[in-house]
Design a binder for this molecule. Structure first.
Ligand code: SF4
Length: 314
């Protein structure tokens, strides 16, 4: 994409903030005037932290860490969110695009293998502006779009050519699960059309050189307790796009205080549940799987300190 084209797309993204439809919630809030939609964010970008992260899947963390930038708040706000300390709150440090570009360059200078904004969607205009500035100043590592999967393909088209690696969740295969856990009526169809657009842009594989991801896609699915029906439905939808898509099946679900008393979400995933989902993925023909052990440790991250997760080989 030529510079003029990049700038035009960034300007289009900025204009959307005037009547925000960056995500499928389509609040149409005038965020530039300070009105807040569901994500409770005005037009400013807000971050929680930025650090070399060693807890991502091995090709993303590599030996020196992913360059993870945790953004505050979220357009989904799942009731069980493992990152609830930051995703359920818009609090944090406001940053300009210039400052964010500096953070990206600093992460690269610290040896990170990529720059990876987490939940970029509500902050997208500023992030793409920051990426443009950082690239002009020499940023070379891949840009990873680590999102919740509840995206609009029309918005993803505006960042075509700027994302090297898509890292979307595919949380729900059943409408009812999206409604009860994230309050959205249409997660599966939105996630499916977004996934198709991501694959159109970067392909359905993850290119890895010297153990480090360079380009492509990796889809994450967090197995929820008592909801293997939802997991199996999600796998079938992902397979509709391609059986070659690399999958990260996560067993690390840990109940957060808000759902501690929930009859389904109030416990960890059992080994049997997790193995059922992994076996279903294999039966559906998925070959590139990243899996985790199921154990009794509390595994939800504590944003007061970094806590890596354990990954097994593919
Ligand atoms: S990004 Fe926020 S304000 Fe914009 S549509 Fe999504 S939830 Fe609403």
């Amino acid at each position: 994409m030529q510079n003029a084209g990049i700038s035009r797309r960034i300007e289009s993204l900025k204009r959307i903030l005037k009547r925000c439809v960056l995500c499928p919630r389509m609040c149409r809030a005038d965020r530039i005037a300070g009105v807040k939609g569901f994500c409770r964010l005005d037009a400013r970008m807000v971050i929680s932290s930025a650090l070399p992260h060693h807890g991502e899947e091995p090709p993303l963390s590599g030996s020196r860490g992913a360059g993870t930038i945790f953004f505050s708040s979220c357009n989904l706000r799942c009731i069980y969110c493992q990152n609830y300390q930051i995703s359920h709150s818009p609090a944090g440090r406001p940053v300009t695009a210039e400052e964010l570009a500096g953070i990206m360059l600093d992460l690269e200078a610290r040896g990170c293998h990529n720059v990876e904004p987490v939940t970029p969607t509500p902050h997208l205009p500023g992030i793409m502006e920051a990426l443009r500035i950082a690239r002009e100043r020499g940023l070379r590592v891949p840009f990873v779009f680590n999102c919740g999967g509840y995206e609009r393909k029309e918005i993803l088209r505006l960042i075509d050519g700027r994302v090297e690696i898509y890292l979307p969740d595919f949380k729900y295969g059943l409408d009812e699960a999206g409604k009860s856990c994230s309050g959205v009526p249409d997660y599966p169809c939105r996630a499916l059309s977004s996934l198709r657009e991501m694959v159109r842009q970067v392909g359905d594989a993850l290119d890895i050189e010297d153990g480090v991801a360079r380009r492509g896609i990796l889809v994450r699915h967090l197995v929820l307790p008592g909801r293997t029906d939802n997991s199996l439905a999600a796998l079938k939808l992902i397979r509709e796009v391609s059986p070659f898509i690399p999958l990260s099946l996560m067993s690390q679900y840990t109940p957060i205080p808000a759902v501690a008393g929930d009859p389904l979400l109030g416990r960890r995933v059992t080994r049997e549940e997790y193995e059922r989902v992994v076996n279903a993925a294999l039966d559906l023909g998925f070959e590139e799987l990243y899996t985790q052990t199921v154990d009794d440790r509390a595994l939800n991250p504590d944003f007061a300190r970094e806590k890596p997760f354990a990954w097994e080989g593919t």
